[in-house]
Design a protein around this ligand. Structure first.
Ligand code: 4AD
Length: 466
């Protein structure tokens, strides 16, 4: 153990990204003496010096141990993730060296706070070398300490901040609808049910219906709440619990809805990239990312079907047996464009696409007919390259009788929806809104292969831990 030299100046406690009032010294000129607390992210031992990359969640700092410090037991047995307190002098880097913020800490004292078991690297390396990906998910709490996942989480926080700001700027008010509900929004197939005392209830699939009830008194509204979907299949872009950013706008037409979505998304990107730290993370994670140009491409569903036929991207009809020649056939009007086909199309076009005017029977009960074409709904999906759909939205049926007929068409008992239906009874209005999956937005922005990389602890089929 090396004792602290009490004759040295007091050390100023800083976070690792702190540059305020710090003077960088050199071999013959003293720099500010600082105290830092953090964990070993990487280290490299040489004959008479150890270079440590320390991290504290705010930043990283290169720390140099030399002299008596490297002869200590703690230095000789140092492991990744060990937490330390270190004091020393901030110095300029030697001319050719590289380190975060172009500086390094020359330690004169350190103490181990919590030594780490030396197997973290082994766990993650094993998986990266082609081992069981389940292990990575089981070890998520440790994987979270890596650069990639922690950067995505920091971008996620910045994106959430930016959405809130963009909504303030567009005069939408934040509200918090309930998660435990007794109505469905997006179809019974993906409902998570549970016993609510003695009644049947569900985890919410979307807060849309509740947002609609706020318009009359609060104007345009938004919420950022988890939504839950019991998705049966494992895909790159489906979670059982995801963060749903939803907004509802009063007295609008369909074009206004598209213009608003485009504006909010572009503003969020602009705000996030204005922060140099976030711009840096995004550059690392997704070097090719370019903010989208406006206006976004608009395409009707019927034109997308033609495009798919022309490009020989077939419809995979799951109602037909695997080996039947009709299993894969050209798309037809009325087909639900599947995830793979949608992504192929978006990747080839390589720009955001507003896909609109879907056949009514493919869409939710609350969507109104297009006045110009009764076969299709005034609905929109926003598709992004690499991910596909990140936003789903529509105008809402605002006529009372039409809504009653819509419940009937899909076999929903209107009784528990009385509060939703009432909006059409007390001063109805043309209105619409949308929901955006935060993890899908992040997968696009951060260039991640799956939404599972864009959430702290992913929930999907057969995974509810840690
Ligand atoms: O298209 P969806 O189902 O639309 C609604 O829920 C509307 N009620 C929203 C509204 O108008 N207020 O879902 C909206 C978005 C999708 O575009 C997608 O980004 C995301 O929610 N999403 C999921 N994200 C991750 N995992 C899942 N299982 C998702 N399901 C939908």
């Amino acid at each position: 153990i090396v004792e602290e030299d009490k004759t040295l100046p007091d050390a100023k406690r800083i976070r690792l990204d702190d540059t305020e009032d710090i003077t960088l010294g050199s071999a013959d000129k003293p720099g500010t003496r600082v105290k830092v607390l953090g964990r070993v992210h990487r280290f490299r031992s040489q004959k008479d010096v150890i270079f440590i990359t320390l991290k504290d969640g705010y930043g990283q700092m290169q720390v140099v141990f030399a002299g008596d410090l490297i002869k200590t037991y703690a230095a000789l047995t140092l492991t990744l993730e060990t937490s330390l307190v270190i004091k020393g002098q901030m110095r300029e880097l030697p001319p050719t060296a590289k380190a975060p913020l172009n500086r390094e800490l020359h330690a004169d004292f350190f103490r181990v706070i919590g030594a780490a078991a030396g197997d973290k690297e082994a766990i993650t390396n094993k998986v990266q070398a082609g081992g069981d990906p389940q292990t990575l998910l089981d070890q998520r709490h440790l994987v979270l300490r890596g650069d990639v996942l922690s950067s995505v989480m920091k971008v996620r926080a910045a994106v959430l901040r930016a959405f809130r700001q963009a909504y303030v700027e567009t005069r939408c008010m934040e509200v918090a609808p309930p998660s435990m509900v007794q109505t469905q929004v997006e179809g019974g197939a993906t409902l998570f049910g549970f016993k609510y005392y003695d009644e049947e209830a569900y985890l919410t699939q979307s807060s849309q219906l509740y947002l609609e009830t706020c318009l009359a008194s609060m104007g345009d509204v938004f919420c950022i709440c988890p939504s839950f979907r019991a998705e049966k299949s494992l895909t790159r872009r489906h979670l059982s619990e995801y963060m749903h950013i939803e907004a509802e706008l009063d007295f609008i037409e369909f074009e206004d809805l598209l213009a608003h979505i485009e504006k909010v998304i572009c503003r969020v990107i602009e705000l996030v990239l204005q922060d140099p730290l976030m711009a840096g993370y995004i550059k690392e994670l997704n070097p090719d990312f370019k903010p989208p140009s406006t206006p976004f491409k608009r395409m009707k569903y019927a034109d997308a079907i033609d495009w798919l036929v022309e490009h020989k991207i077939d419809f995979d009809d799951e109602d037909v047996p695997e080996d039947h020649p009709e299993r894969k056939r050209p798309h037809r009007f009325g087909d639900d464009i599947a995830e793979a086909a949608e992504r192929q199309m978006t990747d080839i076009m390589n720009v955001p696409i507003f896909l609109t005017h879907f056949p009514l029977e493919l869409k939710a009960f609350y969507m109104p007919k297009d006045p110009a074409d009764a076969r299709v709904a005034q609905a929109v999906d926003l598709l992004m390259p690499g991910v596909g759909e990140i936003v789903g939205g529509s105008m809402r049926i605002w006529d009372y009788e039409e809504l009653i007929a819509a419940y009937k068409r899909v076999g929903i008992d209107p009784t528990p929806y009385y509060w939703y239906t009432d909006q059409r009874k007390y001063g109805t209005s043309p209105h619409g809104g949308y929901g955006l999956g935060l993890e899908r937005f992040l997968a696009w922005l951060c260039g991640r292969f799956t939404v599972r990389e864009c959430v702290l602890y992913p929930r999907f089929t057969n995974r509810c831990t840690p």
